[in-house]
Design a protein around this ligand. Structure first.
Ligand code: ADP
Length: 374
């Protein structure tokens, strides 16, 4: 019997799971938030993922439940498991990607290197932390942040007064030292319920205004031990939280040569889009294999270098395809992905990947092609 994988969330991550599902002959069914979502081609249901009955009804129609995002309330997922449904990643793992304070506590317990941090609801504690850590700190809301929303770099506690005022009883903010880094890295790992794990080569991610703009594979790291450390951290975290599916571990390579974990994501991740053309097995195919508990594919690279650049915002006149006649003829080596999303300033509407031998050439071509859509 063909397995049906149910994806909650109709964004571009769900959309990019559709081609490998077709290639493998797996059924894929999406619960989208709205009509006309990025994953509309596979959206058999439209509804609110926060409504228990909507999620239970969708889950009845599929064999395995997985996600395009991390926002489905944990109680709903625990109930699905009680009803005997396969959910991957399992709610016990997913909680660490849903709540940044729980994540920091878990990483600390696993002995994984992380920035200095506290969780607090008290502005005086934040002021003391700032004084002890060079006059600044990074403050984060524990839940609901993405693409840099919910992250502020501050020199005084007063700069997050609005966040302190808005905290519910028992809620806290995450406060971290401001890390001096040479680059940001992302280690992707896939893990099956039966425990098999595969890691892709670590990549460098370049952010603009808190949003991922470019990904370079493999990361041009300063030294080989950084690569080994990143891979080791990826394994430790994947096993330590018992993740199932794809896990992205976002890290800082610090100016003094350390590797510190910043963030976890438990789903295919923007830093892994480069694997569609850049690796034997893409993160989207690997996620489907992992959640269906099928043998994992090789994550080896298909070329010495691969670079992915996000198309952020444009083109102002409408979808990316309006520019295809000129752009596709000018950049025949570029692989162009459109998410079928209406352009809005800063919105991720697509991406471009180029593979090849020379980093400067590949990087130049990927950036020029993505820019031609703006
Ligand atoms: P989000 O969940 O919105 O992606 P992150 O925690 O990943 O938020 O932070 C977004 C970006 O902010 C990071 O990619 C990094 O560039 C910067 N950042 C986050 N935490 C720190 C820190 N402790 N020190 C320095 N920069 C940070």
């Amino acid at each position: 019997m063909t397995v049906t994988i149910g994806v909650i969330g109709g964004g571009q991550l769900a959309r990019m799971m559709i081609p490998p599902a077709i290639h493998l002959g797996l059924n894929i069914s999406v619960l989208a938030e709205v009509e006309g979502s990025s994953a509309a081609r596979a959206a058999d249901a439209v509804g609110d993922y926060r409504d228990p009955e909507t999620v239970y009804a969708f889950a009845e129609t599929v064999d395995v439940v997985t996600f395009d995002h991390e926002h489905v309330p944990n109680e709903i997922l625990l109930e699905l498991e009680r009803r005997g449904k396969q959910v991957h990643p399992r709610p016990g793992a997913l909680q660490y990607a849903q709540d940044k304070i729980l994540m920091r506590e878990k990483l600390a317990a696993l002995g994984v290197p992380i920035p200095a941090w506290i969780a607090t609801s008290n502005p005086d504690e934040l002021s003391s932390f700032i004084a002890e850590h060079g006059g600044s700190a990074v403050v984060k809301t524990a839940r609901g942040g993405y693409d840099g929303k919910g992250v502020r770099v501050v020199d005084t506690a007063a700069e997050v007064n609005d966040w302190f005022d808005g905290l519910a009883e028992g809620e806290r903010l995450l406060v971290e030292e401001k890390v001096n880094f040479v680059r940001e890295l992302s280690q992707l790992v896939a893990r099956r319920p039966s425990g098999e794990m595969r890691s892709w080569p670590v990549v460098e991610t370049v952010q603009k205004d808190g949003v991922c703009a470019e990904v370079i594979a493999p990361a041009p790291v300063a030294n080989a031990t950084t690569l080994a450390t990143a891979a080791q951290i990826g394994h430790t975290v994947a096993e330590g939280v018992s993740v199932t599916g794809v896990l992205a571990v976002e890290m800082f390579e610090t100016t003094d040569g350390r590797v510190l974990v910043n963030e976890l994501a438990m789903r295919p991740h923007n830093s892994g889009h480069v694997t569609i053309e850049g690796s034997v097995t893409s993160q989207f195919e690997q996620h489907l294999r992992a959640v269906a508990d099928l043998p994992l594919g090789s994550p080896a690279m298909t070329a010495p270098v691969a670079v992915m650049v996000n198309v952020l915002g444009g083109p102002p006149e409408g979808t990316m395809s309006l520019r295809y006649p000129e752009v596709l003829s000018q950049y025949p080596n570029a692989k162009v992905h459109s998410y079928d999303k209406t352009p809005r300033p800063g919105r991720k509407v697509g991406h471009v990947t180029v593979t090849g031998d020379s980093l400067p050439e590949v990087r130049g071509e990927a950036n020029a092609c993505a820019a031609a859509f703006l």
